[in-house]
Design a protein around this ligand. Sequence first.
Ligand SMILES: [Zn+2]
Length: 109
Amino acid sequence: MDDQRPIWLLEPCPEWCTREHEEDDHPKDRYHASEATYLPVIGATADTVPATASADAFELVIHIRRQLDDPTDWVTVEPAQTRLPRLTLTRESATRLVRALAEQLDRDG
Ligand SMILES: [Zn+2]
């Protein structure tokens, strides 16, 4: 497999990368990517008052990407169909978000 790597891909893929890197990938498409997680949810994505006025069932897609020559992992959460609104955080910020969510949810007992 290594001998099929594109010549522009000089760095090793991170363990979580499942992306097929192609020789003719556009420079902007030269990034490592995790396998996406699809999460069915009920929520609101529009800025309505109350928020529940726009609540609906939809699917979130969650993935990690790292641009070539960039040491930062970016975690993205976005609706699978509309892609917006999108939340893209560094891995460290996403970890802090998970902790903050857990703290908020633990308050409801
Ligand atoms: Zn990769």
